[in-house]
Design a protein around this ligand. Structure first.
Ligand code: HEC
Length: 140
């Protein structure tokens, strides 16, 4: 009996240690992979300040005719939750420091860059712009 309990707690500890260890590592890996891809697509040095500037650069929303930027849905302060301007659904904070799930999956990052750049800027973001956003978001 006690051996079973012991075994369970060892497994629980191992799982706990694993999840603690993998989250930040997954984040670093996903961002590093994405940045390496952007370099092969012609991007230069990435600049968090450029990412910060573009985060709140206003465009005109084709649907509403109102100004729109990344912060319209995600909040200006990346550590705070946002709200979708159309569905009004809450959006979890973008900053990895406030939300460890962020920037852990290259496919998810690319999927949302594609959608959000088109939805906000009415065009795809360039590899340089995406990399600037990632280093900015990661720094928050
Ligand atoms: C109309 C609302 C809206 C706007 C504007 C918007 N986004 Fe998003 N974004 C979302 C939603 C919804 C998700 C997916 C839900 C989630 O991850 O919480 C998302 C997810 C993301 C993700 C995925 C991050 C991750 O790893 O979880 C990134 C990166 C992102 N957005 C970047 C941007 C950038 C850069 C801009 C500006 C060019 C932008 N978004 C503008 C709604 C928006």
């Amino acid at each position: 009996m006690s051996r079973i309990i012991y075994r369970h707690s060892v497994i629980a500890l191992a799982i706990g240690a694993l999840s603690l260890a993998t989250l930040p590592a997954a984040q670093a890996d996903a961002v590093a992979d994405a940045l390496a891809n952007y370099k092969t697509q012609g991007a230069g040095t990435f600049d968090a300040q450029a990412g910060a500037r573009r985060w709140s650069e206003n465009f005109t929303d084709a649907e509403s005719g109102k100004p729109i930027n990344c912060a319209s849905c995600h909040h200006q302060d990346l550590r705070k939750p946002g709200q979708h301007i159309r569905t009004l659904k809450p959006i979890e904070p973008m900053a990895p420091s406030a939300n460890p799930q962020r920037l852990t999956d290259v496919k998810k990052i690319e999927k949302w860059f594609l959608r959000n750049c088109k939805g906000t800027w009415a065009r795809a973001c360039t590899p340089q712009e995406k990399g600037d956003f990632l280093v900015y978001i990661q720094s928050q």
